[in-house]
Design a protein around this ligand. Structure first.
Ligand code: FAD
Length: 446
């Protein structure tokens, strides 16, 4: 057949006219991508963003991945994975275990030598169930369900002391070894729950890692690869449910509309006003004072003659006369110049430090609202705070507070959001008008 440009042109016009209603239909019916707002850029908040991206699958009513905004009140990401600089070097505070390394493919740095081999392997094995394929792993609405599924719940109902007595560990071993470990890891005695205790003991058995340059890079990497709009130096002071969406207000006077809101920080000491108010079980945080000293220990304080015989790690018993939980060497520069890390429940005054150290060149102090003050039986706030789309990652910290448990809780929260909001069953709200400033201009590159 001969090619007739005129009739081809008419056919094209005809085609465009006939499909125009369809094009119109597609553009008006497609909802704008929903916005997920995350408060906190620690391992919890950054992992929620990562897993939302990782697990998102388009569905007809929600073809586009969500916009994700992370708010961080500080000028850096990472939260409690902060580093400290002393003696011209940067130190990562916390250590994490092999599964997190293999899961996130990190370039790790082995930790200082282990000092105790004892670990509760069966508890670790139960915890590893959270690393099984999401295809076969349920999504949990409560921490209780999540712990029961892995067989870990009962350990939160009794103290570590009760658990150890039950398995016939001697009182001497409990007082002089286990207590020393729980004081180092959680600044608390063996009255913490059996699960927090097991995590603490497992963490003393080696196979632990830290990232060169600081663990905060884990959060930075997750945020960077998750196409997130990151608002540093922006503290959220209120989250209000306004019918179909949440309004987040910041101390900068900005207001943001979010379809889903995620609290990825412990609510115990931050003042975020929730409207309507939400009632969650009261929880105290255990404060750990981390004091970094560059100098040299005073051997006389320890009843010793020379500094060289003081162990690399000094642990302590539960004795009100002992003013610190642990002192450990971070780096020995030369025989009269060492960088130490001191953990204590109370601040270390200069006068006290001057009795423990014979010389101090540099001292850095950090007061951490470090982890929950554990009290078995533990009672957990729900992951879904309001029955709608307000989520709380750090409820899981009553089970155990580690970078790894935060990441595992965050993964569950991300899956909860996807299953509850991004599923065909959910009637999506559309045409939400954002009152936020232009997200693009606020995006901060890491
Ligand atoms: C001294 C110490 C030693 C530790 N040792 C270990 C260890 O060896 N191994 C281990 O695995 N874990 C350890 N941990 C615990 C571990 O660091 C934490 O469990 C984990 O980092 C918690 O991460 P997260 O993201 O849940 O919370 P966070 O890291 O606390 O992150 C919350 C973030 O939210 C931000 N934020 C809070 N409120 C607002 C607001 N209103 N608006 C905006 N931003 C807000 C905070 O600034 C913070 O950056 C240790 C903790 C401490 C303090």
């Amino acid at each position: 057949m001969a090619f007739d440009p005129k009739s081809s042109f008419s056919f094209l016009i005809f085609l465009l006219l006939s499909i125009q209603p369809l094009i119109f239909c597609l553009t008006t019916d497609a909802s704008p991508p929903p916005t997920v707002c995350i408060v906190g850029s620690g391992i919890g908040g950054s992992s929620v963003a990562h897993f939302l991206r990782h697990y998102f699958h388009p569905i007809p009513s929600q073809p586009n991945p969500p916009n994700i905004i992370i708010f961080e009140r500080r000028s850096v990401v990472g939260g409690r994975m902060a580093t400290v600089s002393i003696g011209g070097e940067t130190w990562a505070g916390a250590l994490f275990s092999d599964p997190l390394v293999s899961r996130f493919w990190l370039k790790g740095q082995p930790p200082p030598p282990r000092f105790v081999e004892c670990a509760l392997q069966s508890t670790v094995d139960s915890f590893l169930k959270y690393y099984e394929s999401p295809e076969t792993r349920p999504v949990f609405e409560t921490v209780d369900e999540m712990l029961k599924w892995a067989g870990l719940y009962n350990l939160t109902t009794r103290t570590l002391q009760d658990e150890l007595v039950h398995i016939k560990i001697s009182p001497l071993m409990i007082d002089e070894l286990v207590t020393v470990i729980t004081r180092i890891n959680y600044g608390q005695s063996v009255s913490i729950s059996g699960l927090a205790g097991a995590v603490s003991l497992a963490g003393s058995g080696g196979g632990l890692w830290a990232i060169e340059g600081g663990n905060y890079q884990m959060a930075a990497g997750l945020i960077k690869s998750s196409n997130v709009s990151l608002h540093l130096n922006e503290e959220i002071e209120s989250i209000s449910y306004l019918g179909e969406y949440y309004e987040l207000n910041s101390t900068k006077g900005n207001s943001y509309s979010c379809d889903v809101a995620v609290v990825a920080t412990p609510l115990d000491e931050v003042s975020i006003q929730l409207t309507p108010s939400v009632s969650i079980p009261a929880r105290k945080l255990q404060h750990t004072h981390a004091t970094f000293v560059r100098g040299i220990l005073n051997p006389a304080y320890f009843g010793l003659r020379t500094v060289g015989v003081i162990p690399e790690l000094v642990g302590t018993l539960e004795d009100p006369d002992i003013p610190f939980s642990s002192i450990s060497i971070l780096k020995q520069h030369d025989e009269n110049d060492t960088t130490y890390k001191v953990f204590s429940r109370e601040p270390m005054t200069d006068a006290l430090l001057d009795t423990i150290f014979s010389a101090r060149l540099e001292t850095v102090r950090i007061n951490w609202g470090a982890y929950p003050h554990y009290e078995a039986p533990e009672v957990f706030a729900p992951f879904i705070l309001d029955g709608q789309h307000l989520y709380y990652v750090n409820t899981f910290e009553n089970a155990a507070s580690t970078m790894e448990t935060s990441a595992v809780a965050a993964e569950n929260v991300a899956r909860l959001i996807l299953s509850r909001y991004f599923s065909e069953a959910h009637p999506h709200s559309s045409n939400l008008k954002s009152k936020s400033p232009d997200a693009h201009t606020l995006h901060t590159d890491l």
